[in-house]
Ligand binder design. Structure first.
Ligand SMILES: *[C@@H]1O[C@H](CO)[C@@H](O)[C@H](O)[C@H]1NC(C)=O
Ligand SMILES: *[C@@H]1O[C@H](CO)[C@@H](O)[C@H](O)[C@H]1NC(C)=O
Ligand SMILES: *[C@@H]1O[C@H](CO)[C@@H](O)[C@H](O)[C@H]1NC(C)=O
Ligand SMILES: *[C@@H]1O[C@H](CO)[C@@H](O)[C@H](O)[C@H]1NC(C)=O
Ligand SMILES: *[C@@H]1O[C@H](CO)[C@@H](O)[C@H](O)[C@H]1NC(C)=O
Length: 251
């Protein structure tokens, strides 16, 4: 596996060393939602993995862990014991990813540190390991502590991916295999131009780190751009209602 460990939160990592001296119990919950039109296999380290058909969600408690990764795997097949593999984001051929597992690039990655410095949570989307599908990451409005931070990467990066970075199911970032001093380059700029609030190389700290007060619960939505389709459906439904009203009352 050639994926690098992403250390986007240099500050929060240092802070973590500090806070781990105290035993903090996290009650943070992640709502992982598949809004893609196709099946994905959500992966979480820690947390394991779960197949999510279109529209399905997975409630994942952080269970006391303070840092973690969440991503989607695509094109998977597993046998009854949970062994197999995926086209993108594979974690060692297992349905249930190991505690500290990383995916096989390319994959869009949600990263978090909860209970961090100053009673804050830190979260981001990273494209350092490439991109496999659009993602939105932010507080669940009903348990947001008033926090309105939201990070979204919903560009159609796969379609625009430079030929030399293109692979089945995704778009590679050359930084995924070249260590923590990678970038910026014309290739990371390709990602940055399309998702300005996501990490495009390991030290890409501009406009990429988001915070909410500790105690906030979060949603990670895969393919949030489906909102466009849903709005269209609502629009069509409204038109039908209007037409029905028009014609059933004989006017
Ligand atoms: C699933 O695959 C693994 C690894 O190849 C194998 O050890 C296991 O027996 C298989 N399980 C089933 C139910 O086929
Ligand atoms: C980026 O730079 C490399 C090497 O200079 C070049 O081969 C490649 O075509 C460039 N790619 C883009 C997307 O500009
Ligand atoms: C960060 O975002 C602000 C506001 O959108 C923008 O003015 C600024 O140029 C961005 N900084 C970088 C380095 O992209
Ligand atoms: C995902 O789909 C659900 C159910 O249709 C919807 O309520 C939610 O707003 C969607 N989220 C995004 C970010 O598209
Ligand atoms: C969908 O409709 C809502 C309410 O009309 C609007 O706020 C939102 O921006 C729309 N989303 C998209 C992606 O068009």
């Amino acid at each position: 596996m050639n994926s690098v460990t992403i250390t986007c939160f240099l500050v929060s990592a240092a802070v973590l060393l500090f806070t781990s001296a105290y035993s903090v119990t996290s009650t943070t919950t992640f709502l992982i939602q598949n809004n893609c039109s196709y099946t994905i296999w959500a992966a979480a380290s820690p947390g394991g993995g779960k197949q999510l058909i279109s529209g399905q969600r997975w409630l994942l408690p952080a269970d006391g862990s303070t840092t973690g990764h969440i991503w989607a795997r695509t094109g998977c097949s597993f046998n009854e014991s949970g062994y197999g593999g995926c086209q993108t984001g594979d974690c060692g051929g297992l349905l249930n990813c190991h505690q500290n597992a990383q995916g096989s690039p390319p994959y869009t990655l949600a990263e978090y540190t909860v209970n961090g410095f100053g009673s804050k949570d830190f979260f981001d989307i990273s494209l350092v390991n490439g991109f496999n599908l659009p993602m939105e990451f932010g507080p669940i409005p009903s348990s947001s502590n008033g926090c309105t931070q939201l990070v979204e990467c919903s560009a159609d990066i796969n379609a625009e991916c430079p030929r030399e970075l293109r692979v089945l199911g995704g778009c590679n970032n050359p930084c995924s295999s070249s260590g923590s001093n990678c970038g910026p380059s014309n290739y990371t700029t390709f990602f940055k131009d399309r998702c300005p609030n996501a990490y495009s190389y390991p030290l890409d700290d501009a406009n990429t780190t988001f915070t909410c007060p500790t105690g906030t619960n979060y949603k990670v939505v895969f393919c949030p751009s489906n909102a466009v389709l849903r709005n269209l459906t609502v629009f069509i439904r409204m038109r039908v209602v209007v037409l029905n009203n028009c014609c059933t009352n004989g006017s």
